[in-house]
Design a protein around this ligand. Structure first.
Ligand code: SF4
Ligand code: SF4
Length: 357
């Protein structure tokens, strides 16, 4: 499996590096053909200014779209953000994330289709059917554009986890509630990865996120673009590059994959010598019997913390919580110790960063 990595220190210069990635991995014709409709799937966790590194940077998306436009293709840019998915919310989040310029600077369209459909996967180890965006059924192929970020639950969020964004709206939170143990959740993400095929992953690692990602961390200059046909190989390379131990990431741990087989094109991840601050992760400790985690988890695990001054009492967190663990109080949301499974869907949904993982 080939993984392309190269240094890129600015979004102004990323077109050349992205173009190189396509070339070195076999050329544009390897991934798209004339007459096709292609979904470009960046990370739109929530509406957030690009300099906060929560979403895939719009200039990075534009660079990829411009490379794809060398072919005669119809391009749709879309993702399902945290929480409920509505046209109005998408409009607002595109605006806040600076994605509107994608439509003015390229021929690509932003997605406003909020429909869902079923996708069967007979080999799924956790589920045989997933609720995904109906958009996925309407396109010929998908190009995956994750952001390189840490994640309070899964330690790292990259290419495989980005495909979870193709699961429809609040269903993402519901699956969190269904798979509360980290190893189960990792297996479920791998099932989604298999159920929804992507042709190429190009990761935005120019400015990534460290600390309490995927929305509450700090932007960090990582100066890299990573690309491969295999999303898992991209994630492994990103972990190596940032100093995150791959064995801490549930999708990497649960997958049978010989990472020694990876052939790095251009640069090796070790050449970046970059160590970032990453969270310990986990809603429940790994492989500890259920009975023990159930009895003792609340004594040692963190929960989201409310910053009352930031809270605007919109109650999006309450709607996103898969365990009904949030009650509305005059000061804002109150989280039940006993119901909370530490999935952080509430923090991911909060438009004001009022819930800190
Ligand atoms: S914590 Fe965030 S999502 Fe929840 S009510 Fe306050 S502002 Fe809204
Ligand atoms: S309150 Fe707990 S269970 Fe509910 S969304 Fe937040 S972290 Fe998840």
């Amino acid at each position: 499996m080939e993984v392309f990595i190269n240094r890129c220190t600015s979004y102004d210069e990323c077109y050349e590096v992205v173009e190189d990635a396509f070339e070195e991995l076999g050329g544009i014709s390897n991934f798209v053909k004339d007459g096709e409709t292609i979904l470009v799937n960046p990370n739109l966790l929530k509406g957030s200014s690009p300099d906060k590194a929560v979403v895939t940077h719009p200039d990075f998306i534009i660079a990829v779209v411009r490379v794809l436009e060398k072919k005669d293709v119809d391009i749709i840019v879309g993702d399902s953000p945290a929480g409920r998915m509505t046209e109005k919310k998408l409009e607002d989040q595109y605006e806040k994330s600076g994605w509107k310029k994608i439509e003015s600077e390229t021929n690509a369209r932003l997605n406003y289709d909020v429909g869902s459909t079923k996708r069967d996967i007979s080999t799924g180890s956790t589920k045989k059917t997933f609720d995904i965006l109906s958009l996925v059924e309407e396109v010929d192929g998908i190009i995956n554009l994750p952001k390189l970020k840490t994640h309070s639950l899964t330690v790292f969020t990259g290419a495989v986890k980005n495909k979870y964004g193709l699961v429809h709206g609040l269903t993402k939170a519901a699956y969190h509630g269904q798979f509360t143990r980290l190893n189960q959740f990792g297996k479920m993400l791998l099932d989604v990865n298999e159920a929804v095929d992507t042709r190429l992953t190009v990761m935005d690692g120019i400015i990534g996120m460290e600390g309490d990602g995927p929305s509450g961390g700090e932007p960090v200059e990582l100066d890299c673009v990573i690309a491969s046909e295999d999303p898992l190989a991209v994630d492994y390379a990103a972990c190596k590059l940032t100093g995150i131990p791959p064995q801490k990431v549930p999708t990497i741990l649960e997958m049978e994959f010989d990472f020694e087989e990876i052939e790095y094109l251009n640069r090796h991840p070790n050449s970046f010598e970059r160590d970032i601050d990453y969270p310990s992760g986990g809603s429940t400790p790994y492989r500890v019997p259920n009975i023990l985690t159930g009895l003792f988890a609340n004594f040692y695990l963190d929960r989201p913390e409310l910053n009352e001054e930031k809270c605007i009492k919109c109650w999006e967190c309450q709607e996103a919580c898969p365990k009904d663990a949030i009650t509305g109080k005059s000061y804002g949301p109150k989280i039940s110790w006993w119901k909370c499974i530490r999935c952080y869907c509430c923090a991911e949904t909060c438009p004001e960063e009022a819930l800190k993982p």
